[in-house]
Design a protein around this ligand. Structure first.
Ligand SMILES: Nc1ncnc2c1ncn2[C@@H]1O[C@H](COP(=O)(O)OP(=O)(O)OP(=O)(O)O)[C@@H](O)[C@H]1O
Length: 246
């Protein structure tokens, strides 16, 4: 066995009949954050949906802790230890913080573990979740994924609409998650914040991996990231620039 929590090999994923993700191979090591970056429409959410069982994997293999899951229905992937925080996922606004956690747990999940990670939530355990701040609601969303003891949590852009200072707190929370031994596969629009807490990164462009390597290699390198997201400068521009010196 490879020792990886999650391993994708040559995975292709459709939306309906349209191929969106092409030949993606990816691994996530235990207790690490792996970051997925890319421009709007690059296929990041489709990739997550394919891993979770919400979009059809047409070929390739997906292994969770060494066991194939690509043919399993969504709930069996969840039972096998896959947590998924979907984009724009919210809380049950009229339930209390604690009720939100309790309705989300499967089996023996323990709310105290969530409160240890998020003391902010413990203080508000009897408050209706609709009264929490945006950042606290996202902590609760993470807590709802955490309470079922997943091996890995897929997180798709939990920072939408939040201020950078709040996003930074959430990134710390994600780092604390991996401190508990849970692996994270993270899509995040604030690329540099994600690259600060990530070990490895993958950049998708038009459904294909165009970069795969340590986060250190691309953190802060906005020029390189721009090139990965949108492609290289047109070659005639380069030739023109070179021509000036000749
Ligand atoms: N339900 C769908 N049916 C058909 N095409 C879809 C569907 N959902 C997404 N797509 C298309 O798949 C492509 C990839 O979309 P996806 O949402 O996976 O990208 P993304 O990288 O997550 O983008 P964003 O950052 O905007 O969320 C886009 O061209 C999109 O239009």
């Amino acid at each position: 066995m490879s020792g990886e929590v999650l391993s994708l090999k040559d995975v292709n994923i459709n939306r309906g009949d349209t191929p969106i993700v092409h030949d993606v191979s990816l691994t996530v090591a235990p207790g690490t954050v792996t970051v997925v970056l890319g421009a709007n429409g690059a296929g990041k959410t489709t990739l997550m949906d394919g891993i979770a069982g919400l979009a059809p994997v047409t070929s390739g293999t997906i292994q969770l802790d060494g066991a194939p899951i690509e043919k399993l229905p969504v709930y069996k992937r969840a039972q096998a230890g896959l947590g998924y925080v979907e984009q724009a996922r919210t809380v049950f606004r009229t339930l209390t913080v604690e009720q939100n956690l309790l309705v989300s747990r499967s089996g023996k999940g323990d709310a105290e573990k969530v409160y240890e990670l998020f003391p902010e939530l413990q203080k508000r355990r009897t408050l209706q979740a609709g009264h929490l701040s945006g950042g606290e609601q996202q902590m609760l969303v993470l807590g709802r994924a955490l309470i079922s003891d997943p091996k890995i949590i897929l997180i798709d852009e939990m920072s939408l609409g939040l201020a950078p200072v709040v996003v930074r707190r959430l990134m710390h929370a994600v780092k604390d998650l991996v401190g508990l031994g849970i692996a994270v596969l993270l899509i995040e629009q604030f690329a540099n914040l994600a690259l600060e807490i990530g070990a490895n990164a993958y950049v998708l462009r038009k459904g294909r991996v165009v970069f795969d390597g340590p986060c250190d290699e691309i953190r802060g390198d906005s020029e390189r990231l721009h090139e990965f997201y949108f492609g290289a400068m047109p070659t005639d521009a380069v030739v023109e620039a070179g021509g000036e010196n000749q």
